[in-house]
Design a protein around this ligand. Structure first.
Ligand SMILES: [Zn+2]
Length: 359
C-alpha cells in the first residue's frame, strides 16, 4: 500500500478514482421510475388515468397548498404604442396575497386571431426578451442568440399575446439577483426560489403553473378576446412551464414547446447540473415527460427539438424520440397522432420561429 504524500501543482492531492453518486442514483431511477405510466388500451381507461395523474402531479408540484383568489386584483400601469403598431399594456396581477406578477399584454391593431400566453425561460430577463424589448442591448443580444422574441412575433401575427415575468425573473427577482447590471437583469433567482419553496412543500414549477392558472382566470374575467383556442408557448424554461400548464389546465387548447421535451434520466439526472427550478421531489417515480404531456392529449401540440441541443442529454435525439413514442401512443387512442407536430432543427439550444407557421 503506497501512501499519498505528493501534492499536485494546485497544492492538493491527485485523485485517480472518484466515488461519486451518479451510478447509484441511476440504479434508483431504473428501479423506481414511471410506475404510473399508462398501461391501458382504451379511451375510458385513459380518462380514468388522466384524472388520477392530474391529481398526483398537482400534489407533487405543491398546487394543493395554493389557492386561487376569487377576486383578482389587477392594475394597468402603462400603455405604449410600439413602432410596429402593437399596443403594449403593462399589467400588475396579484396571483396570491402579496405576490404580484407583472406582465406585458401585446395587443395587435387588427381584430385578434386568438390569444397566446408566452412564457420566458432562463437568461432573457423574463418578459423583456419574449415581448421583444429590442431597445435593451443585453436583451437584444439574447434575442439574437435564442430567438427569444416569440411573444412579439405572435403579436405581429395577430394574436393577443400575454408575456408575464415568471417567478424569479425580470421584475420578480429576489436578492441577490436584483440590480440593473446586464448580467443581473438577464439572470433570475429561480435557484433561490427553489431553495425557499422545496422545504415548504412547494416547487418552482408548481408556483409557475399556479400563476399561469390565475393568469387565465384574469383573461376570462377581463373578457373581450376569444379564448376558445387559447395557446401557450415557451422555449427552454418557458417550454417547461408550458408543458406542465398544458397538462394541468384544461383551458389551454394548443401548446408550443421548444427545447424542453426529453427523458428525465438523461436530461435531468445524468445532466444533474441543470437549474434546481427543473426538479420536483418524487416526480420521477411516477411519470416522465412523455406521460406528463400525454395529459394534454389529443389537443394540438407543437414540439421543437434542436439536433445538437446539449439538454437532450448524451444520447441526443434518441432521448426525445423515446418520449415522443409515449406521447404518440396516447394520441393514437384518440386517432389524433397528426395533432403532434415534431419540428427538428439543426444546431444548439435555440427557438426557431418557423414552427409558428404551423399554427
Ligand atoms: Zn432556474
Amino acid at each position: 500500500m503506497s501512501g499519498q504524500n505528493e501534492l499536485t501543482r494546485f497544492g492538493t492531492y491527485h485523485i485517480d478514482r472518484y466515488y461519486g453518486s451518479l451510478a447509484g442514483m441511476l440504479k434508483h431511477f431504473d428501479k423506481t421510475a414511471r410506475k404510473d405510466a399508462f398501461t391501458g388500451h382504451d379511451r375510458a381507461a385513459f380518462e380514468e388515468w388522466r384524472k388520477q395523474e392530474r391529481s398526483c402531479l398537482s400534489g407533487l408540484l405543491g398546487l394543493d397548498r395554493l389557492s386561487r383568489p376569487n377576486l383578482i386584483h389587477s392594475e394597468i400601469t402603462e400603455r405604449v404604442r410600439l413602432s410596429d403598431g402593437i399596443l403594449r399594456e403593462k399589467v400588475l396581477l396579484e396571483t396570491e396575497e402579496d405576490v404580484t406578477m407583472p406582465l406585458f399584454l401585446l395587443i395587435p391593431p387588427e381584430t385578434p386571431k386568438g390569444v397566446f400566453i408566452a412564457l420566458p425561460g432562463h437568461l432573457g430577463g423574463g418578459k423583456y426578451s419574449v415581448a421583444g424589448c429590442y431597445e435593451i442591448p443585453a436583451v437584444r443580444e439574447q434575442i439574437e442568440l435564442f430567438h427569444y422574441d416569440y411573444g412579439r412575433r405572435l403579436a405581429r401575427m395577430g394574436y393577443v399575446t400575454v408575456c408575464p415575468d415568471c417567478r424569479g425573473f425580470g421584475e420578480r427577482r429576489d436578492t441577490p439577483f436584483t440590480g440593473d447590471e446586464p448580467e443581473r437583469f438577464l439572470n433570475g433567482s429561480c435557484k433561490n426560489l427553489a431553495n425557499m419553496a422545496l422545504p415548504l412543500g412547494l416547487t418552482v414549477i408548481g408556483l409557475c403553473v399556479f400563476d399561469g392558472m390565475v393568469l387565465i382566470d384574469y383573461l376570462e374575467q377581463r373578457g373581450g378576446w376569444p379564448l376558445e383556442n387559447l395557446g401557450c408557448i415557451g422555449f427552454s424554461g418557458g417550454g417547461m412551464q408550458t408543458m406542465y400548464l398544458a397538462a394541468l389546465d384544461e383551458r389551454i387548447k394548443q401548446a408550443v414547446i421548444s427545447g424542453y421535451f426529453y427523458g428525465f434520466r438523461d436530461s435531468l439526472l445524468i445532466l444533474n447540473d441543470n437549474c434546481p427550478c427543473n426538479y420536483v421531489p418524487g416526480l420521477w417515480e411516477h411519470l416522465d415527460m412523455g406521460d406528463i404531456l400525454s395529459l394534454f392529449a389529443p389537443k394540438p401540440v407543437f414540439i421543437q427539438s434542436c439536433e445538437n441541443d446539449h439538454l437532450n442529454g448524451p444520447r441526443g435525439l434518441s432521448n426525445v424520440f423515446e418520449q415522443l413514442a409515449v406521447l404518440r401512443k396516447s394520441y393514437a387512442l384518440f386517432d389524433a397522432e397528426d395533432r403532434i407536430c415534431h419540428d427538428i432543427r439543426p444546431g444548439e439550444h435555440c427557438f426557431h420561429e418557423e414552427i409558428l407557421k404551423n399554427l
